[in-house]
Design a protein. Structure first.
Length: 127
């Protein structure tokens, strides 16, 4: 059970990484025989840090809370705490949870670009 819980925390972060850079995708991800402690602790720390940042900015940017809760909430049934098969991760289960992260990006990137002083130079105009 402790390996499954540890793998769940690592998988939350791994799915974010695979959303940003989809490489080394596989049909089957075998369970590791032993969890690497720094990966587990780093994943827990990163999840807590993102959650606290989202809570801190939720009043001004409510889409952050919506997206983050969507991602973390919809990934719970398929994250692997309750063992269904032998896989450690399954990319095929992330299409709905990743909607939350894409919501955060869809509203967050334009918000960040409002403050960018060079946005007129970086914008391409089609004539």
């Amino acid at each position: 059970m402790s390996v499954r819980i540890g793998n769940a925390f690592i998988s939350y972060i791994a799915y974010i990484g695979k959303m940003i850079w989809p490489s080394n995708l596989a049909v089957f991800y075998p369970y590791p025989e032993l969890l690497v402690r720094w990966q587990f602790l780093g994943s827990v720390f990163l999840l807590i840090a993102i959650t606290l940042a989202v809570i801190w900015r939720a009043k001004r940017f409510p889409y952050l809370a919506t997206g983050w809760l969507w991602y973390t909430g919809t990934l719970i049934p398929v994250i692997g705490i309750v063992q269904v098969a032998d896989q450690a991760m399954a990319d095929r289960y992330t299409y709905i949870p990743l909607i939350g992260l894409f919501m955060m990006a869809a509203w967050g990137i334009p918000e960040l670009l409002k403050k960018w002083s060079y946005r007129k130079r970086g914008t391409f105009y089609i004539i």
